[in-house]
Design a protein around this ligand. Structure first.
Ligand SMILES: Nc1ncnc2c1ncn2[C@@H]1O[C@H](COP(=O)(O)OP(=O)(O)OP(=O)(O)O)[C@@H](O)[C@H]1O
Ligand SMILES: [Mg+2]
Length: 383
């Protein structure tokens, strides 16, 4: 994010010396020679959050090149958490998990019944960070190019020009992802894994932070295309919102009375702050014993008699990355087995497939992972 004195400019993609920037509602293409094209991108299926017209929020540090330490991380993370919690009532562990995934450079799948605040959580998290946010409402007729962007011929310039799609944003909210065709789903999921987009043979890099927050409703299956396992595997964690308790629901009635608290939510951190936080998380210490514990947990899912598909090595990576972020949110610069245990169900369960017998016994992968956490020996402290 650069402050150019007039408005905030966000670099959204870069390729072969060309940078695509979003300036308010416009998209600019710049090369080493300077600005070469200006365009807008506002198809009807997309909703772009309003450009930042507020003063710059205060981050963990000034932008003087020195990154924040764990204190700074906790400070900024707490601000984001508090901001989200002004909108989402009575769900502290869900908000913490969402923040963990953001700091672990992952993607989040929010799966639950209608009306429990899935979209609200995604929007609140996206809005509390001052970065580019795009929202895509998935529908069966959405095309892959509606996600990635298209090359269109520019009559004036007499050349093809790339019009970036909504995936060129720091936070992409993909609502009801299971309503899109598998082809369109896979276009998004490719970007999630590789953090780049290839259109007409040109590869564009997606600028960090890049997080996809997708929602889906597991109950209403008609007209949906459930995400295949390979695609679910790309999500660092899956969370369910769950119903709020009566006190939180009462609070919701108070706060959501006249206007939505989302409208009052202003960003409390810059995209650059989030990048700094991600750097701190990457430096978190994970002892060999805790690494081995994560591997043991994942391996146990591969040989479990109640599972016909276990967790992948990608899952092990996601588990350890998420544990680093989880520890950092506790202001610890090292991971303990408890972090891995807390995250085992949200990080692993959505990747697993139960056997037919387990399904008949109504054993869910969540229970299998929880049992493994109970059963497997935990490394002793200090190891
Ligand atoms: N725990 C909660 N705290 C605050 N508001 C909540 C909570 N749960 C639900 N709501 C409110 O309920 C309304 C519906 O939420 P939202 O649209 O996010 O639901 P959803 O889970 O995305 O539903 P759908 O699956 O139908 O899209 C919103 O106004 C939201 O603020
Ligand atoms: Mg929704």
């Amino acid at each position: 994010m650069k402050h150019n004195g007039l408005a905030f400019t966000t670099n959204i993609a870069a390729s072969r010396g060309t940078t695509y920037c979003r300036l308010g509602g416009r998209i600019e293409r710049r090369t080493e020679e300077g600005l070469v094209a200006v365009g807008t991108h506002g198809e009807s299926f997309m909703e772009t959050d309003p450009p930042a017209s507020h003063p710059a929020p205060h981050g963990a540090t000034g932008r003087d090149g020195a990154g924040p330490g764990l204190d700074g991380l906790a400070q900024v993370a707490n601000k984001i958490r508090d901001a989200v919690e002004t909108v989402i009532e009575g769900k502290p562990s869900v908000v913490r998990l969402a923040l963990t995934v953001l700091l672990a450079e992952g993607h989040l799948l929010i799966e639950d019944v209608p009306g429990v605040g899935k979209t609200m959580l995604a929007k609140a998290l996206a809005r509390s960070v001052d970065c580019s946010v795009r929202r895509v409402q998935f529908t069966p007729d959405l095309l892959p190019s509606d996600i990635t962007g298209v090359s269109a011929y520019n009559q004036e310039l007499r050349e093809f020009e790339f019009k970036p799609g909504p995936v060129f944003a720091n936070i992409v909210v993909g609502d009801e992802i299971n309503r899109a065709s598998p082809k369109t789903q896979s276009a998004l999921l490719e970007c999630m894994e590789e953090r780049q987009v290839t259109v007409d043979g040109t590869t564009y890099t997606l600028e960090p932070p890049f997080m996809v927050i997708s929602t889906q409703n597991p109950v209403e299956m008609e007209g949906t295309y459930p995400l295949p396992e390979a695609q679910r595997d790309r999500f660092t964690a899956r969370i369910s919102m769950g119903y709020p308790d009566p006190a939180a629901e009462l609070e919701m009635l108070e706060t959501h009375g006249e206007a939505s608290p989302l409208d009052r939510l202003t960003p409390v951190a810059h995209a650059a702050d989030v990048r700094d936080l991600i750097d701190v998380v990457r430096r978190q210490h994970v002892s060999p014993a805790v690494r081995q514990y994560a591997i043991d947990l994942v391996s146990a899912t591969r040989t479990h008699p109640e599972l016909r598909l276990g967790a992948s090595p990608r899952a092990t990576l996601h588990l350890v990355r998420a544990a680093r972020a989880y520890a950092a949110l506790d202001e610890r610069d090292y991971v303990v087995p408890d972090d891995v245990q807390e995250l085992a169900v949200p990080v692993l369960a959505h990747r697993l497939l139960p056997t037919a017998e387990a399904q008949m016994d109504r054993r869910r992968p969540e229970q299998v992972v929880a049992d493994l956490v109970e059963r497997l020996p935990v490394p002793s402290p200090g190891k």
